[in-house]
Ligand binder design. Sequence first.
Ligand SMILES: CC(C)(COP(=O)(O)OP(=O)(O)OC[C@H]1O[C@@H](n2cnc3c(N)ncnc32)[C@H](O)[C@@H]1OP(=O)(O)O)[C@@H](O)C(=O)NCCC(=O)NCCS
Length: 359
Amino acid sequence: MSATINTVIIGTGSYIPENIITGDEFLNSTFFENGNRLEKENSEIIHKFSEITEIVERRYVCHDQLSNQIGAKAAEKAIQNAGIDKETLDYIIFCHNFGDVPLNSNRIDILPSLASKVKQQLGISNPDCVAYDIIFGCPGWVQGSIQADYYIKSGDAKRVLVIGAETLSRIIDPHDRDSMIFSDGAGAVIYEGIKQVGEQDGILAHKTETHALQHGGLLTMGKGAHPEETNGNYYLKMNGRKLYEFAVIQVPQVIKKAVDKAGLNIEDVNIVFVHQANGKMDAAIMKRLFKLYGLDNVPENLVPMTISWLGNSSVATIPTLLDLVLKEQVEGYKVRKGDVAVFASVGAGMHINAFVYRF
Ligand SMILES: CC(C)(COP(=O)(O)OP(=O)(O)OC[C@H]1O[C@@H](n2cnc3c(N)ncnc32)[C@H](O)[C@@H]1OP(=O)(O)O)[C@@H](O)C(=O)NCCC(=O)NCCS
């Protein structure tokens, strides 16, 4: 039997911003919809928000921090965790959507790439370590991992660092109540190619879809909700209800396609790392996924959740969650050798992706 190259995780790291933003931080906000000030009391809006999303708190970076810097912090931890020489990295893939946005600027800085900035901060001199960014909505980090798998399985790369980092607090509309979903954060994972004979660990299969024609407008940049705002800024905007409906129908199907490609059944899966934008939405996605297999119940302790205290940090969500679970910081969750995981995400594009992984 000949050996195959498999893509395995050898190190993880995350950076969780220290500023805890509770609902109370929005008590003095002025929220608008369709040009009109919302009539409900802010306390009621905040309470309703937590009820429909399960988000109680989120994290924002400090005023002087940028996405590339928090990405570098997570990357440093991942390198340390892997115990490797940083000069041996073949690629640094930085997944984000808004680049660096300095406080109060509403300007996106992506030159040079955030991956190049990280490479510089890490002090890596090897020119063969190629650093670039990908913009793929919230599923960016999952897609970066899929690219890493292609590079590694081709035999061209041995080690790939994939970072997901975002400072959404810099690009959200303070007058839009949906902005309370979003958060800041950074996560990083190092993948390595290992040769195995007869068994297969690491990334087993993956599936990605882009639904742009009908659904490309669900998550875009747009004008602020305040009718008198004239600063020309653009903010992150979503059609929440339509997005919810899209995700609940499409995500389970893509997960099933990835699990099918791996030649497995949903009952073989021990843990699901799913993008966290709304706790109720994730529960509905899982319920529908199991329905696709004719099963009525989703097993307990299958889906670790951080949404209540971390909110939706976009590309940072899944690598941060993975780091926390591997370091046993999510109560009730522990990964054992041989466990099968699904990683799945959905976001602006609209893109959906999933990969199946054996630890
Ligand atoms: C945005 C979202 C929270 C809105 O929730 P929803 O249940 O679809 O909201 P609806 O428009 O049906 O309104 C239901 C109620 O919630 C209220 N509501 C809607 N959005 C709200 C918000 N952001 N904050 C507080 N209350 C809100 C409405 O006023 C309505 O209240 P009422 O029952 O008293 O009249 C939800 O659709 C969502 O999370 N969508 C997915 C978002 C997502 O995945 N985004 C990121 C992708 S990467």
